[in-house]
Design a protein around this ligand. Structure first.
Ligand code: SAH
Ligand code: SF4
Length: 372
């Protein structure tokens, strides 16, 4: 008997192969993708424009199985968070951040992360496994199901950032397949400018991404010299700053945007002095870029503090005076632990804790509980 496949794992290419092998017409791929990703259908019986015999044939060897929802929470500021079951007691999170002109979904790519950046709670948890394409695109699938469309018929989720748990370029094939679905008109139809991948700087994979799926790129810089970056972003020892800057320049040869976004976490007394700001300006001089300063989000035993507001302001002003566009990330969803670097901290414990509080009626921001 043929093995059952999950159609949520398929991008257009894999649909084409699958259907061709079964003697089905290529246009079925578009039909199936529209049912699954436009309309959020997970049951073949609902696909009314596909002949019943074909549906039955499909159902015999394929399923449409999104990751199951453990918990959905809403913050007072409109931030929403979904915790998805990825087996063995682990969860991954997707976070929706509404803004005036857009709605951004922050998507996870791995359970944990192997790269051990010292200020990141995901890194502290270690690495468990890569998410499948279905588990990655499933986050967008669930968010769209929950949030739907605005009165004009546009989807509420207008942007995706691969900035949740995990290093997306360390799970290259599954992430690229999921991003291709995000861009596909028959699936989510987002423009390449509205999908951003954030990497800690895996240089060879940045080159591969440029060829495979050149979405907007954010690079987690966090330090302006190798000595400090070796310490807080250890992958720097393998791909030091000179190589990273060169990779950024190469990326822009094909990128849909003509700049890289450099992310810079603001750690009190570690990387936030004026000397660091001056070094930073010198470092990036050949890379068209803008900056996103992220005030550090604390977690238990992190050993770091968030930079003082004054230090952040001075740092920002120095970059602005050097001619750069700088944004300082606002902390959102604090009340539901949805801020950067806080995702699924101590996965097992926290999930249990939140579920217990919900059962006792002690927390108010739970929308839906699908299992104990
Ligand atoms: N692994 C990828 C993407 C996920 S992290 C990367 O590192 O780029 C998304 C962003 O949040 C990264 O810039 C990351 O360095 C930052 N981050 C991690 N922990 C943080 C924390 N505790 N406070 C603020 N930002 C953090
Ligand atoms: Fe991994 Fe990114 Fe966290 Fe570093 S910052 S440990 S690369 S998730």
């Amino acid at each position: 008997m043929a093995m059952t496949v999950n159609l949520l794992d398929f991008d257009a290419q894999r649909f084409a192969t699958f259907l061709e092998e079964r003697g089905e017409k290529p246009f079925r791929a578009k039909q199936l993708m529209r049912w699954i990703h436009h309309f959020g259908v997970s049951d073949f019986a609902a696909m009314t424009d596909i002949a019943k015999v074909t549906r039955e044939k499909l159902a015999a060897e394929a399923v449409i199985t999104p990751p199951s929802l453990m918990l959905e929470q809403a913050s007072e500021d409109g931030t929403r968070k979904w915790l998805l079951d990825v087996g063995t007691g682990n969860g991954v999170e997707a976070v929706f951040i509404p803004e005036d002109d857009r709605g951004t979904l922050c998507v996870s790519s791995q359970v944990g992360c192997a790269l051990e950046c010292t200020f990141c709670s995901t890194g502290r948890q270690g690495f468990n496994r890569n998410l499948s394409t279905a588990e990655i695109i499933g986050q967008l699938w669930w968010a769209n199901k929950a949030l739907g469309r605005d009165p004009k018929g546009d989807r509420i989720v207008s942007n995706v950032v691969m900035m949740g748990m995990g290093e997306p370029l360390a799970n290259f094939d599954n992430v690229v397949a999921a991003m291709r679905l995000m861009l596909d008109d028959h699936a989510y139809g987002l423009s390449r400018r509205r999908v951003t991948l954030s990497t800690s700087g895996l240089v060879p994979q940045m080159d591969r991404l440029r060829e495979a799926c050149p979405v907007a790129l954010a690079v987690s810089l966090h330090a302006p010299n190798d000595a400090l970056r070796d310490e807080i972003v250890p992958i720097n020892k393998k791909y030091p700053l000179k190589e990273l800057m060169a990779a950024c320049q190469r990326y822009l040869e094909k990128a849909p945007r003509d700049f890289i976004t450099f992310e810079y976490v603001m750690l009190d007394g570690v990387n936030d002095t004026m000397e660091h700001a001056r070094q930073l300006v010198a470092l990036v001089k050949d890379v068209p870029c803008k900056f996103n300063l992220i005030p550090f989000n604390p977690f238990p035993n992190s050993g770091y503090d968030r930079s003082k507001p004054d230090a952040i302001r001075r740092f920002r002003d120095h970059l602005i005076q050097a001619g750069y566009i700088v944004t300082v990330r606002k902390t959102r969803g604090d009340d539901i632990d949805a801020a950067c670097g806080q995702l699924a901290g101590q996965v097992k414990d926290k999930t249990k804790r939140t579920l217990r509080l919900a059962a006792e009626g002690k927390t108010t921001n739970i929308i839906q509980l699908t299992r104990e």
